[in-house]
Ligand binder design. Structure first.
Ligand SMILES: NC(=O)c1ccc[n+]([C@@H]2O[C@H](COP(=O)([O-])OP(=O)(O)OC[C@H]3O[C@@H](n4cnc5c(N)ncnc54)[C@H](OP(=O)(O)O)[C@@H]3O)[C@@H](O)[C@H]2O)c1
Length: 327
């Protein structure tokens, strides 16, 4: 079978490798689609939270059909079913024509869910559900999001609207094709604008309890944004989109304002949850997908076109997701 094989950080090629054979509790999936996510880009550089022994196949999530099982009740039950799946923590990933994974890392799909949307069923939707739970448990009366045009931000926006929580978005630059009044955000700011800081500060002063989810990670921008929020606000750092700049923070802003900074990583969240709860969450996502929770897909590429797929995604992230299409 064809697979993207990563032999060391930043070095990959398409190779023919053996189709693996499942052991008890595992299934073999004939892959249909796999997205290129920011976490995959981090994995390619060797800077992701999960490290695997090289050579390895990248790809964290995807969709496909279970074609064989190594035995076990749930693994056998999945044979012949279309599933959304994630790679297991030690084995090869989804960027290959076939993937072996634990049956517990697969969820059977409702017939109404398309395989392309199903390939993005775990990472962003489960993170969005967690963010809304965090905002609710903090009794936040507003959410602030950086990278507000991202697929994840759109999901948070959708769920926040259902829960009546206002969302204030921050993007680097406005996209002229998106009217900021119709974007769904209570207010959308452009961080590259000269008046961003003063406008943002005055706008957020009317809120009492804000949770700020930051995907940027680099420069002093995230903690500057935090410093403009009301006292006792919480920043959740969950991404490192700005790899070029070192993160900078001001201890004074934290201590005098009683602000706090926390980390969020879905893998930790899932590891600390009973399996049935994650299954219920994925079922909930399948329901949400029937009513406007879809991720915009900008382009699909064959596995041989992986370099093109990666560069297309890197240069147009806000346009939508890029998928590898194995069909
Ligand atoms: N911690 C977790 O468990 C977890 C789980 C899921 C997702 N995430 C993170 O969530 C973030 C969004 O993921 P996604 O899949 O929704 O992404 P996506 O749809 O591919 O969109 C990425 C967005 O990031 C923006 N962006 C890129 N570089 C940036 C920078 N240096 N500064 C500010 N904005 C930048 C892009 O906007 P422009 O290029 O148009 O400005 C684009 O809108 C990523 O950081 C991802 O790693 C984390």
């Amino acid at each position: 079978m064809k697979a993207v094989v990563l032999s060391s950080p930043n070095s990959w090629e398409i190779k023919e490798i053996e189709i693996p054979v499942p052991k008890k509790g595992q299934v073999l999936i004939k892959m249909a689609y796999a997205p290129v996510n920011p976490s995959d880009l981090a994995f390619l550089t060797g800077n992701y939270g999960i490290k695997k022994k090289y050579p390895t196949v990248p790809g964290i999530e995807g969709s496909g059909k279970v074609v064989s099982s190594g035995g076990g009740f749930y693994a056998n039950y999945l044979i012949g079913k279309n599933v959304a799946c994630t790679a297991n923590a030690t084995g090869n990933g989804t960027w290959a024509e076939y993937m072996l994974t634990n049956a517990a890392a697969c969820v059977p799909l409702s017939s109404k869910i398309s395989l392309d949307q199903a390939s993005m069923l775990f990472v962003n939707p489960l993170t969005a559900l967690s963010f809304i739970n965090i905002a609710k448990s903090e009794k936040a009366n507003a959410i602030v999001l950086t990278a507000a045009y991202s697929a994840l931000s759109k999901m948070v926006l959708d769920l926040a609207a259902k829960s009546g929580i206002p969302v204030i978005g921050i993007v680097r630059s406005f996209n002229p094709s998106i009217n900021s009044n119709e974007s769904g955000f209570t207010k959308l700011f452009e961080s590259n604008s000269e008046i961003f800081e003063s406008d943002f500060k005055s706008f957020v002063s009317s809120y009492q309890k804000v949770v700020f989810f930051d995907a940027i990670g680099g420069s002093d921008l995230p903690t500057k944004i935090l410093s403009y929020l009301p006292k006792s606000s919480k920043m959740i750092s969950y991404g490192r989109l700005d790899q070029a700049n070192t993160p900078i923070y001001s201890p004074q802003d934290l201590l005098f304002n009683n602000h706090s900074i926390h980390g969020f990583w879905l893998s930790n969240e899932v590891a600390n949850k009973p399996f049935y709860k994650s299954l219920l969450d994925v079922q909930k996502v399948q329901q949400l997908l029937k009513s406007g929770f879809q991720t915009k897909i900008s382009k699909t590429f064959s596995i041989e076109e992986i370099d093109l797929a990666i560069s297309e995604y890197q240069s147009n992230m806000s346009k939508g997701k890029v998928l590898i299409d194995f069909n």
